[in-house]
Design a protein around this ligand. Structure first.
Ligand code: 2P0
Length: 339
């Protein structure tokens, strides 16, 4: 029996990953750049045992569907091949999010699983190797191996991984405020959404053409600690990503009327002299980038338009953390091993 446990924090892309060049290897069409956050994380333990007759995946104590387990099994197969381990595994994940707001992230989930497997099977992977491995589980997970600002590079199976960006601790002066928006609409998963966009969107070539320039500007902003350039580039890049979805066939959008209201709020705060910028991912929530010194003032303003429970504050977070297995971990007992 081999056991390991790790924690990984979620990350939000300032330059988005949107489209795969290779779906099996999860190789991206463009470089992306993210900020790892402290407010949301996943802790995962994994146990490989000769006694197990199949892989099982529990999330927050609940056994997951066959489809969700299949994705985990495919990832475990990669690990088993690396370690020459023939055993099935039980994976227990817990998402730590301030509210039940649908903020569970495959980035933190798959990064934590990569870390747990590394510990369990004593693979002794470097951070680069862990990033490469996590990428095979979910693209954005390769960025959650590192803290702070992180870039994920295009490339082949060997050369596509994330690297941290030196920033002299500037990221600690920033805040990311989440505006949680409940939307009853059924989501297009990011995986399906990016595939549809790559295959059908007439705007996709524009995305690929302009993203390297956005990336360059963002790196300049980090180098020069230029918050305005950071924010303007982040917001423009997010809008471009979302524009590509509207030009797909069939067209789709992750925006809801409430998302638009939140974007308007951010713009009007800016007009009042409070520097803040928004970004959005494959869902209706709006994330507001601001300087920590303005966090309180911006929160006070946002509370006039949104319920306090809709607002979550995050700051820069750290990379992957190895954790000791404890006796209360479900995979240390037989709890959750349902027949
Ligand atoms: C990002 N997103 O850069 C972009 C922006 C969503 C919008 O990475 O298919 O869960 O597992 O590689 O990493 C979400 O996609 O997708 C994502 P897969 P993933 O954060």
């Amino acid at each position: 029996m081999y056991k390991g446990k790790a924690r990984a924090y979620t990350n939000i892309a300032l330059i988005k990953y949107w489209g795969k060049e290779n779906e099996t290897l999860i190789l991206p069409m463009n470089n992306s750049l993210s900020l790892t956050l402290d407010a949301f994380y996943t802790e995962t333990s994994v146990t490989f045992s000769e006694e197990y007759t199949q892989d099982r995946f529990f999330l927050d104590g609940k056994q997951q569907s066959e489809a969700a387990t299949k994705k985990i099994s495919a990832f475990l197969d990669l690990v088993r091949a690396k370690a020459n381990c023939p055993f099935f595994a039980q994976v227990n994940s817990r998402n730590f999010v301030p509210t039940a707001a649908g903020l569970a992230s495959s980035a933190s989930g798959l990064a934590a699983l990569a870390g747990a497997c590394n510990a369990a099977l004593d693979l002794q992977l470097s951070q680069t190797e862990l990033s490469r491995l996590a990428r095979r589980g979910s693209g954005s997970a390769c960025r959650s191996i590192f803290g702070g600002f992180v870039e994920w590079h295009t490339g082949d199976d060997d050369t596509s991984y994330a690297t941290p960006i030196a920033s002299e601790g500037w990221e600690k002066e920033l805040s990311m405020l989440f505006i949680l928006i409940n939307d009853k609409e059924k989501d297009v998963s990011s995986r399906d959404g990016m595939r549809r966009t790559v295959e059908t969107s007439s705007y996709y070539s524009g995305w690929l053409e302009s993203t390297p320039q956005d990336l360059k500007k963002l790196k300049q902003a980090i180098r020069e600690k230029d918050f305005q350039l950071l924010g303007e580039t982040t917001e423009a890049n997010a809008l471009k990503m979302h524009a590509t979805t509207m030009a797909a066939t069939p067209p789709f959008t992750y925006w809801s009327p409430e998302s638009l209201r939140a974007m308007d709020c951010v713009r009007s705060l800016r007009q009042k002299g409070l520097a803040c910028y928004f970004t959005m991912d494959a869902g209706p929530n709006v994330k507001v980038l601001c300087q920590r010194k303005n966090e309180e003032a911006i929160l006070t303003q946002l509370k006039k338009d949104f319920h306090p429970e809709q607002l979550i504050v995050a700051h820069a977070g750290q990379g992957l953390v190895d954790l000791p297995m404890t006796v209360t971990d479900p995979s240390m007992t037989n709890e959750g091993v349902s027949k």
